[in-house]
Design a protein around this ligand. Structure first.
Ligand code: ATP
Ligand code: MN
Length: 477
């Protein structure tokens, strides 16, 4: 007999069939009602045992967390809360879970407690819902790009270019840490290292993606990236997944159009395909916020917020306009910002980004044309000579979710910039080649996948939306 999933059975109209299922016990009430879950859906199926007909010792092993194989008849449920249930004829305990030791008991656990049990937290409704949403979002992302003529490109994880400048990197080496080979000057001699040079884990696949866009037209990466930033925030991980589309013949406007359409599309897809999980996560968030003062609660329930983003245009504002708004806003005048906005040219902190999104515009915002000084070397210089064709997308509750730009495609301008920053041209020889041979206007962006999952699930800490988070001082599991 084929093993049915609980999701299938809960939707089944085919009553009185004999079924076999396997799953884990969520609860066992009154020595009669087993709520079984197998991960296929949020719900559990109620399995009714006539305890008179079963061995007492066997039933003692039916504890929360135990794995069971159950055979029985699918019948209309007598009780409330479910349409069908299983009248159990045979029950086998596949794996016990000692209630004295098993930490995931049917009661409320804090997210902090569950982080310490990352290998078991997925057995809770909350984490199972988050991870199903995460999986659906991944699929939606691949689907979107596929339908829009993109090729999936695998950027290397180990990189030899140290000019990207997106953050601190993790070194990759096979040298003997206690006794590394030294140069005459007493520095570590990386010529003797595995790759014959210094190498690191990638912080971004963009530079390599540009090479591929200049042949395949439209490409995207979707893979892990690594940043050794020692910022213990609820928005930063040391290992996170990034989606980086890169498109030949796209200017900044086309880039913004694509980014907006892309985000709306994957959110819509998730709304359609994860309804039950999103409803659960919405209730969870409302519960969590009950203990917070009104001012700190979300102004929209989760699903309404997702629909709002999917259905409304993002507001597009230049950096210069944003600075004007911020300079003159109440919190700035009342000196409520930790970093007061005084002049054009300062980098925006997340307190400013969140003011713009949450208080001023009350919708997602795309900021563009940033001062060249605060952005990366590869961004295209505007006619004014002081701003670049950069764009960041800011989301309510999250802050920056996307960072992107039109790339500098003019060899002479790019070389000038590299010189100004004191970067060795030789380091970027292959990147400059892309401007020598068949150069063309092109653009791209990077979206932090976990920030998108944070937004879609209404969770507050990035450690709770990736299976096994890597953060400073933490690489357990
Ligand atoms: P932030 O200012 O928030 O640190 P960033 O400017 O360093 O972001 P980019 O280099 O533009 O970010 O990276 C592109 C996207 O990757 C960001 O918009 C964000 O969504 C995501 N991202 C960046 N750093 C991290 C991180 N440490 N953990 C998770 N996501 C990140
Ligand atoms: Mn950063």
């Amino acid at each position: 007999m084929r093993l049915a999933t609980i999701k299938e059975l809960l939707a089944s109209k085919n009553l009185l069939q004999e079924v076999t299922i396997k799953g884990w016990v969520r609860t066992f009430r009154s020595n009669r009602f087993i709520a079984l879950n197998d991960g296929s859906t949020l719900g559990t199926i109620q399995c009714v045992v006539d305890f008179e007909n079963f061995d007492e010792e066997l039933l003692k092993k039916v504890n929360t967390g135990a794995a069971l194989k159950i055979t029985g008849t699918l019948v209309e449920s007598q009780g409330r809360g479910q349409s069908v249930e299983i009248q159990v004829s045979a029950l086998e305990v596949l794996g016990i879970a000692d209630p004295e030791e098993y930490p995931i008991q049917p009661k409320k656990h804090s997210l902090e407690f569950l982080r310490e049990k990352a290998h078991l937290r997925i057995r809770t409704n909350t984490f199972a819902a988050i991870m199903r949403v995460r999986s659906t979002l991944s699929f939606a992302i691949h689907n979107y790009f596929r339908e829009n003529g993109f090729n999936y490109f695998h950027a290397p994880i180990i990189t030899g270019s140290d000019a990207e400048g997106a953050g601190e990197m993790f070194r990759v080496t096979t040298l003997d840490e206690k006794n590394p080979p030294l140069t005459e000057d007493g520095d570590v001699n990386y010529k003797e290292d595995f790759f014959g040079k210094e190498t690191n884990l990638t912080v971004s696949g963009q530079l390599e993606a540009e090479a591929y866009a200049m042949a395949l037209g439209k490409v995207y990466t979707f893979g892990p990236t690594f940043r050794a930033e020692n910022s213990n925030t609820s928005r930063h991980l040391a290992e996170f997944w990034m989606i980086e589309p890169e498109m030949a013949f796209f200017d900044l406007d086309a880039n913004m159009d694509l980014a907006e359409d892309f985000i709306k599309n994957v959110i819509s897809y998730t709304l359609t395909h994860c309804q039950e999980d999103l409803e659960f996560l919405e209730k969870r968030l409302i519960d969590e916020e009950k203990s917070k003062p009104q001012a700190q609660r979300s102004d929209m329930p989760l699903i309404e917020k997702l629909k709002f983003v999917a259905d409304n245009n993002f507001k597009r504002v230049s950096y210069t306009e944003a600075i004007d708004i911020l300079k003159n806003c109440k919190p700035n005048k009342k000196k409520q910002f930790t970093y007061p906005i005084e002049e054009w040219g300062t980098d925006l902190q997340s307190e400013h980004e969140r003011y713009l999104v949450e208080k001023h515009f009350k919708c997602p915002v795309i900021l563009f044309d940033y001062p060249a000084k605060i952005k990366a070397f590869y961004m295209r210089l505007n006619e004014d000579g002081k701003t670049v064709r950069a764009m960041d997308i800011l989301f309510p509750g999250i802050g920056e979710i996307v960072g992107g730009s039109q790339r500098e495609e003019r060899l002479d301008v790019l070389k000038e910039k590299i010189k100004e920053l004191g970067i060795d041209e030789k380091e970027l020889w292959w990147y400059l080649d892309l401007r020598k041979f068949g150069t063309a206007e092109h653009s791209g962006f990077g979206l932090g996948f976990e920030r998108l999952v944070l937004f879609a699930t209404g969770m507050g800490n990035i450690r709770d939306v990736i299976p096994f988070p890597r953060t400073p001082q933490n690489a357990e599991f």
